[in-house]
Design a protein around this ligand. Structure first.
Ligand code: MEV
Length: 310
């Protein structure tokens, strides 16, 4: 049986999560943790060696529907914790789209893979921006809706929102991720922020302010100014807390990391999941995170995007 494999990286959001859903700017970086899918043709729906119910795998079903497939044999491997705010479902969608296209003899086309992965992620979640799927497909660093970008990778429109996604080159920096161990679903958190913003003028102002902080932070990121970037990350965390997406576990890890960091914030949807810290002292930050019950992961950035694995 001939098999076809592809893998895609996870991510963390440096600045701008949640506000990006409403078309505000955001920046995300790929991390050196990947999701790998291996597929082959089969006359049953098989996941990791067992016959399975396709309705239990909405992301997989969406990708299969796009390609008119009723059955498939899928094996997945990942060193990305799921529900940790690190983009594991987006990485699954990107890797699966790439592997299925390869199996069907379709060309490697990053923009097509992005469209399929975003359609699957959006279809399964019912809400959200193309940020997580874009970073999984492109790798490295990306910005969404940055005003002065001349290197647009793709533009995505959905329900009255538009996102221009560009490449963002990031100088070498060290980040430590702290996973709270508490898994949270992105869809309900994004929906909660949407309801709050749509019904409350103050919440709309907070979302706008996240957009402004992100723009200032992006300049600091491009300049490699860690002091400035750290300050904007911490400001971003405070604004996200006001929006109601932080939690005691995240606040505790952010607080622990702050002593040895330029700045720290929750990353991704929140409600649990992970935080990130920008630091020159990754060992001290990791120890502080461990002491508060979190799981530290020191990340290397500059990770390549989705790719076929031979
Ligand atoms: C989740 O990683 C990022 C959010 O902004 C949701 C989205 O952009 O779809 C919270």
């Amino acid at each position: 049986m001939k098999t076809f494999s592809a893998s895609a990286p996870g991510k963390f959001v440096v600045l701008g999560e949640h506000a990006v859903v409403f078309g505000k700017p955001a920046v995300a970086l790929a991390i050196d943790r990947r999701f790998k899918c291996t597929v082959s043709e089969d006359d049953a729906f098989i996941v990791n060696g067992e016959k399975d119910d396709i309705n239990k795998h909405p992301h997989v079903k969406h990708i299969m529907d796009i390609h008119g497939l009723k059955t498939i044999n899928l094996t997945s491997e990942s060193n990305l914790p799921s529900g940790a705010g690190l983009g594991s479902s987006a990485a699954l969608c990107a890797a699966l789209s790439c592997a299925v296209r390869h199996m069907l003899g379709k060309p490697f086309d990053a923009e097509e893979i992005l469209k399929e992965a975003y359609a699957a992620e959006y279809g399964a979640q019912g809400i959200g921006s193309p940020m997580d799927t874009s970073i999984s497909v492109h790798g490295g660093g990306i910005g969404l809706n940055l005003p002065d970008s001349d290197n647009i990778l793709w533009s995505v429109k959905n329900r009255g929102q538009k996102w221009d996604v560009c490449d963002v080159h990031t100088p070498e920096m060290t980040f430590v991720i702290g996973f709270t161990g508490k898994r949270a679903l992105t869809g309900p958190l994004v929906e909660k922020v949407r309801r709050y913003r749509d019904s409350n003028r103050f919440a709309k102002d907070i979302v706008d302010e996240i957009g402004s902080v992100t723009l200032e932070g992006v300049d600091a990121l491009r300049e490699g100014n860690k002091v400035k970037l750290g300050k904007f990350m911490t400001d971003n965390h405070k604004l996200l807390s006001i929006l109601g997406v932080s939690c005691p576990e995240l606040n505790s890890l952010v607080d622990a990391a702050n002593e040895y960091s330029y700045g720290a914030k929750l990353t991704g949807a929140g409600g649990g999941g992970s935080m990130i810290a920008l630091t020159d002292e990754p060992e001290k930050v990791s120890r502080a995170i461990l002491l508060r019950g979190g799981r530290p992961i020191t990340v290397n950035t500059g990770e390549p995007g989705v790719r076929i694995e031979e």
